[in-house]
Design a protein around this ligand. Structure first.
Ligand code: FMN
Length: 178
């Protein structure tokens, strides 16, 4: 089972990167860091679809059995850089694919708008966004170890379990991709 994490955070050394690395290590999942592939602003020009990183990104998402999408909440939504990156995808890569959502937020009960925004956008791709979702505030992390605190780890484990269940279901019923 191939689960791909998409890290929609931009700053290196931020909480979104820490979270991505933690999940990748804990569960042996691969990840794509949008700050590394740096897809240009989508202009709709034909040449953009042939760019090596665009081709790479689309292939990785298509090959994955399930996706974990992570973004910081920026002004009540996902990061603009992540939205631009996702705009390169189509239903061909995502239709009926199980997707789990996590948001990092500044505290003060932020993060839910980012999750709702990602859910709406993923629905536009006909992705199967699973019910469980998680917001990580600054106090959910163990910064010394680069890990999550116990309660968040537990929520994450439950989410991964649910994601895997939906992936297995999608294999069982051979869900059409379009
Ligand atoms: C431009 C910007 C906008 C932000 N907007 C929000 C927001 O609307 N709600 C919120 O809870 N946190 C907001 N934050 C805080 C970030 O979501 C939070 O610090 C998150 O951990 C940032 O991810 P990073 O640590 O990977 O950089 C904002 C931060 C920045 C830089």
């Amino acid at each position: 089972m191939e689960i791909l994490i998409i890290n929609g955070g931009m700053p290196k050394g931020g909480r979104t990167e820490l979270l991505t690395r933690f999940i990748a290590k804990e569960y042996q999942f691969s990840y794509i860091d949008i700050s590394e592939i740096q897809l240009p602003l989508l202009t709709g020009e034909q040449e953009q679809w042939q760019l090596p990183n665009v081709v790479f990104f689309k292939e990785k998402v298509k090959e994955a059995d399930g996706i974990i999408l992570i973004s910081p909440e920026y002004h009540g939504g996902m990061s603009g850089a992540l939205k631009n990156t996702l705009d390169y995808l189509t239903r061909e890569e995502l239709a009926h694919k199980p997707v789990a959502l996590l948001a990092t937020a500044g505290g003060g009960k932020g993060g839910i708008n980012c999750l709702n925004n990602m859910r709406t956008v993923m629905r536009g791709f006909y992705a199967n966004v699973i019910p469980k979702q998680i917001i990580l505030d600054p106090d959910c992390f163990d910064y010394e170890d680069g890990t999550l605190l116990e309660e968040s780890r537990h929520l994450l484990a439950k989410m991964v379990e649910e994601l895997k269940m939906y992936v297995k279901m999608s294999h069982t019923f051979i869900v059409p991709r379009e």
